[in-house]
Design a protein around this ligand. Sequence first.
Ligand code: AMP
Ligand code: MG
Length: 273
Amino acid sequence: MERYRVKPGDKVDLDKWDSQDTGAYQGNKSDGKDRLEELTAELEELQELLFAENKHKVLVVLQGMDTSGKDGVIRHVFEGVNPQGVRVAGFKVPTPQELAHDYFWRVHQQVPGNGEIVIFNRSHYEDVLVVRVHGLVPPARWKKRYDQINAFEKMLAEEGTTILKFFLHVDPEEQRQRLLARLDDPSKHWKFNPGDLKERERWGEYQQAYEDALGKTSTAWAPWYIVPANKKWYRNLVIASVLVETLKGFDMKLEAQLEDVPGLKAQLGGSSD
Ligand code: AMP
Ligand code: MG
């Protein structure tokens, strides 16, 4: 999955990243889904361990255009995990109170604590994406934010947070199909926001904003992955793989912590059957 990681300092041209890619699976959905099942089972166990060990903090950032699958990743990749140790924080249009503060204010409160995985459904990156595209603050302000974001994420990392960032890369035709599917299915109408069509018109500007964000903020301590996301199963598989690899790298173990186990057992009236 290394090939989807943006190397620090790289310039990103999204046209060169194939949103249709299915890697070694070459479009073989059924093999891909089998592998995904294995990975989600592994993730389930690793998350349990992470929670029990209560040592590592994991922050997963999901970004992408409307319909790119942020909600789908949360549903499918994390379906087996224990809700006690996993939390989703979504970032919408800021409230007046949030707007009255700096843009990290609402974000910092939501970062993970020990033993926790937190998934950001959108994030502080909106402050160099939608904010830039719509000119919600002057360029002189958003241009400074890449360095600020790197510094903020570096602080989190140095204080023990592992950060993984995923950009779900779909192309405009795939988005068109997904929006049409939402219109065709009344049970999906709630997901259709007519305002999304206005954003769609600014596809090129968003791609540019994403290219800058991905290029300027993929760091050793908080890398971006550009996830080919036209195929939902492959998108899920890439993210699950990166997560499993990362958690495995923690080399977590549950060590015996209790002294005098025989004594404690004696207090319970001896051995179990
Ligand atoms: P959704 O994720 O579809 O529920 O939509 C949330 C909306 O909130 C998106 O249109 C985002 O662009 C918008 N949003 C999130 N953060 C910000 C922000 N900092 N400033 C302005 N709009 C934002
Ligand atoms: Mg939306």
